[in-house]
Design a protein around this ligand. Structure first.
Ligand SMILES: [Zn+2]
Length: 721
């Protein structure tokens, strides 16, 4: 008690109560009180005297070794500045405590001007942070003092004032020559301070898309609106950040006011579990790149997973290729965003790959009625992509007899037992919406006949029955049921050549009369029925990509690296690896300069190809790693799979390419997966499932490895479960 009593009279009025800010007897005696006495003191009714006992006071008043240690560093002065205890600061200095810019910073941050003055006048250093902290907390008078006494400031000072929304502070800084940049607008925008944003913009402070992005990211509709209405640019990222941060309000404002969005808006929301923004975007027509991988991932967000399943049309049971379409006809026929009715829609089987001539199919479908030789004014209900095969191969497909002049399909047989035609169905259809009328008839016939649809002339029952059976899910095939019916109709025409009974029905259901056309192409086309076919398809798609190089160049030059055949290619200046033939490497994949890729190699996003690696005729999926000096041939390496160093992963090309010497030959069906004689795996390409780990120096030949396996020895012709 005897040594550290130090009187610093300093009182101030605050809400008409006197706060004693002195290192006073009051503080000392309060500090000496027991806990129960302190409690009593704190609860004195209408206490007029407030004892402000801060951490600085406690250190200074206590008499422990802790005190001795703390007095040696900068802490006590900083604490006193923070609490605004000038008495503590003075006493601490008298005890020899050091100070640094932290003391000034704490005083500035809390607006304790008297402390700042005391410290600065006695040589305590300050720096640019001192200015910024005063601005950040809107302490105009403190900022003035600091600036007038020669402390530096920079563009952060304006940004901080703007973020605090303190217009006077921003004005003072700007008018006194403090620089600013687009960060000032961004800060105002992010924190929703319309006044500072407006001031900055009107005084010529620059802004760009980041201003909109910041407002959007923080759900600040008012600043987003101000920026947009005053000409601040925005782009798809404005929607993306709103979606990511879950702010429906800014997403809505941006969308309703014409801000573009892309599928990433939905994807990002889904990936991070922002259900509300995902729903808003989906319900307002934003696309969604959802694939099975994302769907699997979404299981951790049950509401989004459920929503995703609703977004995919799932048949209640397997309804056949046309049954599913018919079941969801209302959804398919929903008008487009601009309320234009749907005229026609494409249906594509999922197991075909091709150079799809979609424009030609569209042209044929819609121009047919303009031609002079069309028959009976029948509308075209469906146009089928068709191709030629060899006589032998044709029986494996849906065969069509096509009128060479009109392209009308006259006869259709699915996988005939004897030869019908070399023109086969490619599994790609352009359907008019009126095709649903035909499907309705077929649907009725099938449900009436318990599946024996063949009796085309079954009388149509009354409408009530039609209504009820309409609700029943019925298996219906595009090939066997729909195309065969349409082909039959065109063959006999719609009226006269039918027998009496048929023509009666035809008159009754004349709405459903129509034609099927075949759009025959010589473009590359193949079914994709086996894993080996993926390597084949990869080769062709890489080739197509090369063909379309010019087109791609114009559209997405920055996104795609476009190697040319048989030459060394520089993908980026630091890493120039060698390629042969057609190779695609995702821009985010990394390939060591000593690796050699090609021909026909696709490398997915984030994959890593180490030094000395050789890859040909293979697909490397995303985030896979191929270790040093390993060889990969005729293989598919799954997502996140890891192959060690000096490995050999090789498959066989038994999946034969079409014979180039036979016109129209298609890829021949591969050997069955298992050998019928010994039950072993027939040689095939090698496939590694996702996250498979192959240790170093392992040989893997013609094998299929299921996901998440770790291989510690070599395998040949095996399925590793
Ligand atoms: Zn204190």
């Amino acid at each position: 008690m005897r040594t550290f009593i130090c009187f610093v009279p300093l009182g101030q009025y605050n809400n008409h109560e006197i706060i004693f800010r002195m290192f006073s007897l009051a503080k000392l005696s309060y500090f000496a009180c027991s806990d129960s006495d302190k409690k009593w003191y704190n609860t004195v009714p209408k206490s007029k005297i407030e004892i402000d006992l801060g951490p600085c006071c406690k250190i200074l008043l206590s008499n422990t070794t802790e005190r001795q240690n703390k007095l040696k560093d900068f802490k006590v002065c900083a604490l006193a500045a923070q609490s605004g205890h000038l008495d503590c600061l003075i006493y601490a200095r008298s005890l020899g405590c050091k100070w640094n810019s932290g003391t000034c910073n704490n005083a500035a941050e809390n607006g304790h001007l008297e402390i700042l003055k005391y410290a600065h006048e006695r040589g305590c250093p300050w720096d640019i942070t001192t200015c910024n902290l005063a601005a950040m907390n809107g302490h105009l008078i403190t900022l003035k003092y600091i600036h007038e006494h020669g402390c530096e400031w920079d563009k952060t000072t304006c940004k901080m004032a703007s973020a605090h929304g303190s217009l006077n502070t921003l004005k003072y800084a700007h008018e006194h020559g403090c620089p600013w940049d687009k960060g000032t607008c961004e800060a105002a925008s992010a924190f929703g301070h319309l006044n500072t944003l407006q001031y900055a913009h009107e005084q010529g402070c620059p802004w760009d898309i980041d201003t909109c992005k910041m407002a959007s990211n923080h759900g600040q509709v008012n600043t987003l609106q101000y920026a947009h209405m005053h000409g601040c640019p925005w782009d798809a990222s404005t929607c993306e950040v709103a979606s990511l941060s879950g702010h429906v309000n800014t997403l809505r404002y941006a969308h309703e006011n014409g801000c573009p969005w892309e599928a990433t808006t939905c994807d990002l929301a889904a990936m991070i579990g922002q259900y509300h923004t995902l729903r808003y975007a989906r319900e307002h027509g934003c696309a969604w790149n959802m694939d099975a991988y994302i769907l699997e991932f979404l299981k951790i967000y049950p509401p989004i997973h459920k929503y995703a399943l609703e977004q995919y049309l799932r048949e209640p049971s397997a309804l056949g290729t046309a049954g599913g379409l018919y079941y969801f006809r209302d959804t398919i026929l929903e008008p487009l965003d601009n309320n234009e009715p749907i005229q026609a829609f494409f249906v594509m089987n999922g197991d075909v790959c091709a150079d799809f001539p979609l424009d030609e199919i569209l042209n044929m479908h819609f121009n047919y009625s303009n031609r002079s030789y069309h028959q009976q004014n029948q509308p075209v209900l469906v146009t089928v992509m068709a191709t030629e095969t060899t006589r032998e191969q044709s029986v494996h497909y849906g065969c069509m007899v096509v009128d060479k002049e009109t392209n009308v399909i006259q006869h259709y047989v699915e996988k005939p037992s004897t030869f019908v035609s070399t023109t086969v169905n490619c599994g790609v259809y352009l359907c008019s919406t009126r095709l649903f009328d035909t499907m309705a008839d077929i649907h009725l016939e099938i449900s009436n006949n318990n599946g024996s649809f063949n009796q085309l002339c079954t009388p149509i029952s009354n409408k009530n029955q039609q209504k009820t059976t309409d609700q029943v899910a019925v298996v219906m095939w595009m090939e066997q049921d729909v195309l065969r019916k349409l082909a039959g109709q065109s063959r006999y025409g719609c009226s006269s050549s039918c027998d009496d009974r048929l023509s009666k029905i035809k008159t009754k259901t004349s709405m459903t009369c129509g034609l099927a056309l075949a759009a025959t192409t010589n473009n590359w086309w193949s079914q994709l029925k086996t894993a080996g076919a993926a390597i084949y398809a990869n080769r062709h798609y890489l080739g197509l990509r090369q063909q379309n190089e010019r087109f791609l160049h114009v559209k997405t030059l920055s996104e795609f690296a476009l190697p040319s055949p048989i030459k060394l290619m520089t993908i980026n200046p630091e890493s120039c690896y060698s390629i042969i033939g057609h190779v695609y490497v995702h821009p985010t994949a990394s390939v060591h300069p000593t690796a050699l890729l090609g021909p026909n190699v696709s490398v997915g996003a984030g994959a890593y190809i180490d030094q000395g690696v050789r890859i040909k005729e293979s697909i490397i999926l995303q985030d896979a790693v191929i270790g040093q000096h390993s060889l990969v041939m005729h293989s598919i390496i799954g997502r996140c799979a890891k192959i060690g160093a000096w490995c050999r992963v090789e498959g066989s090309t038994t999946c034969s390419d079409p014979n180039p010497n036979v016109a129209f030959a298609k890829m021949t069906p591969q050997l069955p997966l298992f050998n019928a004689l010994d039950g072993r795996l027939n040689p095939s390409i090698t496939i590694l499932g996702c996250s498979v780990n192959v240790e170093s120096e392992i040989v893997l030949l013609n094998s299929i490895v299921l996901p998440y396996k770790t291989l510690t020895r070599s395998y040949k012709n095996e399925i590793i479960l």
